[in-house]
Design a protein around this ligand. Sequence first.
Ligand SMILES: [Fe+2]
Length: 400
Amino acid sequence: MSIPQFQHQLPECNLFFGKNTLQKIGQESKRWGKRALLVTGRKSMQRLGFLEEAIECLERERLTSIHYNGVQPNPTVQIVDEGARMAQEKNCDVIVALGGGSAIDTGKAIAVRAAFSNSDSTIWDYISVGEQKACRITSRTLPLVVVTSTSGSGSHVTPYAVITNSRTQQKVGFYSKYIFPKASIVDVRLPSKMSADLTASTGFDVLAHATESIIGRGDHPIADIYSLKAMELVKNNLSEVYRNGENVKARSCMALADTLAGLAITIAGTTMGHALVHPLGARYNLPHGLALALVSSAIWRFTIENGDKRTVERYTRIAQKLGEKIAPPPTREKAMRAVKALNKLLETIGLNKSLSDFGVREEDIGMLAEDAMAYMRVDLGRHPTQISRKNLVSVLEESF
Ligand SMILES: [Fe+2]
């Protein structure tokens, strides 16, 4: 086995994993500040009692908490700017995000925006869209402590956040080592409360992270280890947690899969799937994991048909990890069994659907492809095959 040359920047993050680790939120936040902006969505954390528990833990460590509950799925520039204004007005010195990927991404974006006092700018100025240059994110960014309530986005262990501009209808990610959480808490009690639908869509995001990072152009043996283990955990546990959300052991495995796949994309990044679903999220407000489930089958087929020897080998490994019994050597035909395994999994979690089932209009396909070409070039560039607008259109048509 030959190991490629690689570089790996280790993040400075205190990661806590396990039941009741939410209790660490005060102790960890205290290391970074005295006044916390606590960022959540409108209802679920309150309803489930986790917000109250978090506030108690913060108060026990003598932190003042200011609650911002404006987070919505596909968080927008307005939501981030509003939260950042609140953080500035209340002199917050640490951002604490409690919730799913949207809450954590909002927290990251607020941490950037709140650190800069210029009221004329917005978070969008810090995001590079296509060729447009962005303002520099620096070490002034506020420190961030996060608690994940889903097993999906991986955002608790990445330096990425994705924000939607509802005016331009663009959903774009940004990257900085300064938004990597200083502390990240994975308390399995929280994702155990997810509904079956949320479990399925967020769980599928985990598989997308694991598979996109392993097929991408950057060969990285550490990312591969994370990805392969994450796939195995998804294969063995996602259908189970979808059917039986009370299975804590399976929930823990999905939480670990989410963490490993998040670390994998931190190293290797995402590819064509994420390039296509950001425009879908921006134009149709589709949940991220669901959108990935709708297009993945066509993407995998396209990539295997057009991929080189390495791509065929990678998809053969994916097929094996998803339960296909395949003997070496890898072939295109064997790699194609990954699509069969994927479709089987999608069926068991109720996501074997098409774009038209969710109101996507056929006449918008060209525009969605153009959006991806315009502002998702980095992800497209990591894909193992060359991608043209025509390829994107045919993948979207096949997913329709
Ligand atoms: Fe994702």
